[in-house]
Design a protein around this ligand. Structure first.
Ligand code: PBG
Length: 327
């Protein structure tokens, strides 16, 4: 058989495959999400096997271990005590609260770690929503936008005062990126970055996370602020707004079921694009592998490589520490 071109020549050895590989995953691409609470014990999270809700001291130890493995960014998710929750989530801006305490402890022990914080009301809000809830005269729940944005600005300032490097608004209120940018700049925090949850979908894949933080909405769903899973043009619209409002990094969430959205945002922006492999994606892989049906290491690496290939510059993943050890 006469053939000038044989595509398999570039796949013949590991060395050649390494030379021609287009997408690579490095430990510097990873952001490690961490859960913690005010209790003294480190507790296994039932809805997310392999994940732990850390005490603050356990959290610091975990951060140091991750750092030693090469991880340079973490994102913090607190479980707030029920007694501290309220309808306006005011605890979110308490300088002596759990998150500022954790930021200071991490920065003291591990100053080189980039600390990213979640900005949203759901862990603090007695209604379990990302914004302030009001009941309209028709009995319908309404999530108040502008009132929520005012509190999110206070929350972002509180995180900045404690030493956060980047704040990450995950609430999906309109105008919050611009408002937070102005609030940070006015307070002299022009160096604190904003990672915007730009295209955050109203997804069923967040279930295990809400179990981990006990933060599920008490009533209703998040469809009036998180995006409809059918939409991609709308993601571009959100991107344009977040760019105009001063976002430094834009995010797509979830990641695996939304690879086309990642690719689209990659094409439409010069900003770095982040993708969040969320709790449900983690749990699907974990459960298939714990049954021995799939090879965990291979499947995790392939799932993350796929997210990078789609166009993500960085990935938030609960597998970050495992991956850092494997690489
Ligand atoms: C809340 C928030 C959620 C996640 C990150 N920030 C849950 C939600 O929007 O209901 C989900 C992350 C995951 O599922 O891993 N603002």
């Amino acid at each position: 058989m006469e053939m000038m071109i044989r595509a398999r020549r570039n796949r013949r050895t590991g060395a050649i495959r390494g030379l021609v590989r287009e997408t690579k995953l490095g430990v510097e691409d990873l952001i490690y999400p961490l859960f913690f609470h005010e209790d003294e014990e480190d507790v296994a999270i039932a809805s997310m096997p392999g994940c732990v809700r850390w005490s603050v001291s356990g959290l610091v130890k975990e951060v140091e271990e991750a750092y030693a493995l090469g991880i340079r960014a973490v994102v913090l998710f607190p479980k707030i005590g029920e007694r501290l929750k309220s309808s306006d989530g005011a605890e979110c801006a308490n300088d002596e609260g759990l998150v500022p305490k954790a930021i200071r402890a991490i920065k003291k022990a591990c100053p080189g770690m980039c600390v990213i914080t979640d900005v949203a009301l759901d862990p603090y809000n007695s209604d379990g929503h990302d914004g302030i809830v009001m009941r309209g005269e028709d009995g319908e729940l309404k999530i108040l936008n502008d009132e929520t944005v005012d509190i999110l600005c206070e929350q972002a300032l509180c995180h900045a005062r404690a030493g956060a490097d980047i704040v990450a608004p995950s609430d999906m209120m309109d105008g919050r990126i611009g408002a937070i940018r102005v609030a940070l700049d006015d307070a002299g925090f022009e160096e604190v970055g904003i990672m915007a949850y730009t295209a955050k979908y109203a997804s069923a894949f967040y279930g295990p996370f809400r179990g981990a933080l006990d933060s599920a909405p008490k009533e209703g769903d998040k469809k009036t602020y998180q995006m409809d899973p059918g939409n991609v043009r709308e993601a571009v619209r959100e991107l344009i707004l977040d760019e105009e409002e001063g976002a430094d990094i834009v995010m797509v969430k979830p990641a695996g079921p939304y690879l086309d959205v990642i690719a689209r945002l990659r094409d439409e922006t010069t900003l770095p694009v982040a993708a969040y492999q969320v709790s449900g994606e983690y749990l699907m892989i974990k459960s298939a592998c714990s049954g021995g049906w799939l090879n965990e290491k291979a499947v995790v690496m392939e799932s993350l490589l796929g997210i990078k290939r789609a166009g993500a510059d960085m990935i938030l993943t609960y597998f970050a520490k495992d991956v850092a050890g494997w690489i």
